[in-house]
Write a protein that binds this ligand. Structure first.
Ligand code: NIG
Ligand code: FE
Length: 410
């Protein structure tokens, strides 16, 4: 269906080029006031000022009625497939236990892994599919999904098959990440090499054979995978054709950023715990620093040093980290708002980081992340808002009126 959207108050993030934004560039958010936008075969066809609106035969007219229109959010870091929520651990934490205490009790990731291994592929798919529908209504128009709650050959492959099915059926682009190295299963606690061998010699070949993943990820952290183990696993992933993403510097200065940079990672994610050196090295690299503020919020940790990262010239993205343990929300509107309120991102910086830069963090910058001719018409139509800064400012309101995916409202 071909559509002409008229009377757009502001058309946001209009770009001819889709380059990755770093440092000061993040604050530039190109906007057309009082605009029109036309869509052909689900793709952005043309746009401009209302005064230049073309005569358009064969296009259905939609009056935006003063809505602001922007590209859908791109969520480049999620754990969307999981078998069960973990609110009982949330309550334990309210009573005083730490994330590490809970992990040590066999809770946390291992708790999710037990439940996932006991849940059928069909049920996992249905649950994740429901979550995806909810996120799309919240404005997410492209998503990355990780494995990492299987922690066994059968469990990891099952998760990745579920992600592959989501990818095939989803109207929005999906990228799959293999995170077998999310935690050591209990039986390998004293035999790290045993589990690493399973990852390298059993999981990766099966993943490559069935093209089950685009990326490899490792949780590089004290008590999880150290930097040598991280490097070994990522190198094996690279040999299997996967690019690297790393859970880096969440709880400690794990060295994850440095390993990621050494291996040319597409992104290093989390970054709650950064020092001058890690910031400086990241700024000089082509690797994207993906910040996950809702995870810091949920775990009551210090937020990522976003200002220092931007001021140093880093390319940053924002993502939800949606998972049952540290960020049980995939709401990118909350992520954007929290980034402004707690990390002092400017609204323009937060919107860019959650759209075009997050698209880069999934290598989807040619398809989504900006209003650009030829990209998918995955669009957020807002309720009437006085300015773009109102979005992060009015943090408690649902300001999305409608979401369009591939040119159709959902
Ligand atoms: O990204 N940090 C490691 N992994 C997840 C949390 C996983 C969990 O607790 O289930 C994260 O925050
Ligand atoms: Fe994560």
């Amino acid at each position: 269906m071909n559509v002409l959207v008229t009377n757009i108050q502001q058309l946001v993030n209009v770009r001819r080029e889709s380059s990755l934004l770093r440092g000061k560039e993040l604050a530039e958010l190109p906007v057309i006031n009082h605009a029109y936008l036309s869509i052909k075969d689900g793709l952005i066809f043309d746009y401009g000022e209302m005064k230049d609106v073309p005569r358009s035969e064969g296009f259905e007219n939609i009056d935006a009625n003063g809505a602001t229109v922007m590209p859908c959010w791109c969520d480049s870091h999620t754990h969307l497939v999981f078998a069960a929520s973990r609110e009982e651990e949330f309550v334990d934490k309210l009573k005083g236990l730490s994330y590490a205490d809970i992990a040590a009790k066999g809770g946390g990731i291992l708790n999710s892994a037990r439940k996932l291994n006991d849940t059928s592929e069909a049920i996992l798919f249905d649950q994740a599919w429901q979550r995806l529908q909810e996120l799309m209504k919240l404005g997410t128009g492209a998503i990355e999904i990780k494995s990492g709650y299987g922690l066994s050959v059968a469990g990891e492959l099952k998760m990745l098959r579920v992600i592959k099915r989501i990818k095939e059926k989803s109207p929005i682009p999906v990228k799959a990440t293999f995170l077998g190295a999310h935690a050591f299963p209990l039986e390998f606690n004293e035999d790290h090499q045993g589990y690493i061998d399973q990852i390298i010699h059993e999981m990766l070949p099966a993943i490559a054979a069935d093209q089950l993943a685009d990326y490899i990820d490792v949780f590089c952290e004290k008590g999880f995978f150290n930097k040598e183990e991280t490097e070994t696993i990522c190198c094996a992933g690279i040999k299997s054709g996967l690019k690297v993403k790393i859970h880096a510097n969440q709880l400690s200065l794990s060295g994850g950023v440095q390993v990621g940079l050494k291996l040319g990672a597409l992104s290093v994610d989390h970054l709650e715990t950064m020092d001058e050196e890690a910031i400086h090295l990241l700024a000089k690299s082509n690797t994207i620093g993906t910040l996950l503020p809702t995870a810091a919020y949920f775990l009551r940790m210090s937020f990522q040093p976003a200002r220092a990262l931007i001021d140093a010239g880093c390319a940053i993205a924002l993502a939800s980290d949606f998972n049952p343990g540290s960020s049980p929300s995939g709401n990118m509107n909350t992520v954007v708002s929290m980034s402004c309120i707690q990390m002092k991102l400017l609204p323009e910086e937060a919107i860019n980081a959650a759209s075009i830069n997050a698209a880069h963090a999934m290598e989807l910058e040619k398809e989504v992340g900006s209003i650009t001719v030829g990209k998918r018409a995955n669009l957020i139509f807002t309720k009437s808002i006085p300015s773009i800064a109102f979005l992060p400012y009015a943090f408690g309101s649902n300001l999305i009126d409608k979401v369009m995916i591939n040119g159709s409202f959902i």
